[in-house]
Design a protein around this ligand. Structure first.
Ligand code: GLP
Length: 260
């Protein structure tokens, strides 16, 4: 795992967006795995800016989102489809037919989940996966105790996740309790994984992911099994890592060298 401790989330967003832009320039038909939540928003802002001011072309890119709530009506403002339109797709030229989400309604969800996996395979797999992490260590909506080999499927959300995400809901508004999510096994097949986590609330999940044993109790720890993971942190999310000062120095040295 490459662990980078940034001075603030904006620096991390800059780093991740540059990685993605370089990958898109290198491979115009890049297959991107995308995440929702508040963490990646600053990355999407930068990608939109690069598209609008430097003409970076996303028309060949194929995207697969990690997760989606079940049974929200089409176009619902809490759906992850809506989130992605609002924060990313409305500002770039990813073709609508190239945007994919795990199933959220209709019959035979299990079959649809399998179709989603097959679609990823058909385009040659995900090249680059943008990832966040829940305070309980979930990745996508793979809650603690999810199988490390899991594939796209339906999950019931954990109490802690519902509490964390309740900030997006108005009092009295019904909060979905179930979602579809790419599995941990699905995520681990991406060519490269870029995870961001900020704030003290993520410190335990980051500690477990980086320095804990690989365990289904902390799904983020499964990333230790992947050869190409970069974790972009701030001082707070890195605060429980025993090697935090080392990681910070390594990044500062890298930066100095780049400037020389
Ligand atoms: C959500 C999403 C995850 C996301 C995580 C963190 O529930 N399903 O994909 O990474 O929780 O969210 P945030 O970035 O808002 O902290």
């Amino acid at each position: 795992m490459k662990v980078l401790v940034f001075g603030n989330p904006e620096e991390s967003a800059e780093y991740i967006s540059q990685e993605i832009l370089a990958a898109v320039r290198h491979k115009p038909n890049l297959v991107l795995g995308l995440a929702t939540g508040s963490t990646p928003i600053a990355v999407y802002v930068r990608l939109i800016h690069a598209h609008q001011t430097q003409g970076v072309d996303f028309s060949g890119c194929i995207t697969f989102n990690l997760d989606e709530y079940l049974d929200l009506p089409e176009g619902h403002e809490r759906s992850y489809r809506y989130f992605m339109n609002q924060h990313f797709f409305s500002g770039v030229n990813v073709r609508p037919s190239n945007r994919h989400f795990p199933p959220s309604q209709g019959k035979d969800l299990a079959r649809q989940c399998l179709d989603y996996e097959n679609k990823i395979q058909e385009v040659g797999g995900i090249d680059m996966q943008v990832l966040g992490i829940g305070s309980n260590g979930h990745i996508g909506f793979n809650e603690p105790t999810s199988s490390l080999a899991s594939r796209t499927r339906i999950k019931t959300l954990a109490e802690k996740t519902l509490r964390d995400n309740s900030r997006f809901y108005r009092p009295g508004e019904v909060q979905p309790q179930m979602a579809s999510t790419a599995g941990i096994g699905t995520i681990l097949e991406a060519g490269k994984i870029l995870l961001q986590a900020f704030g003290l609330k993520k410190a335990d999940a980051v500690h477990a992911a980086v320095e804990g044993p690989v365990s289904a109790f902390w799904p983020g720890s499964a990333l230790q099994l992947h050869p190409q993971v970069t974790l972009c942190l701030d001082a707070d999310s890195a605060s429980k890592l025993s090697l935090r000062d080392y990681y910070k120095r390594v990044r500062e040295n890298d930066e100095r060298r780049l400037k020389e």
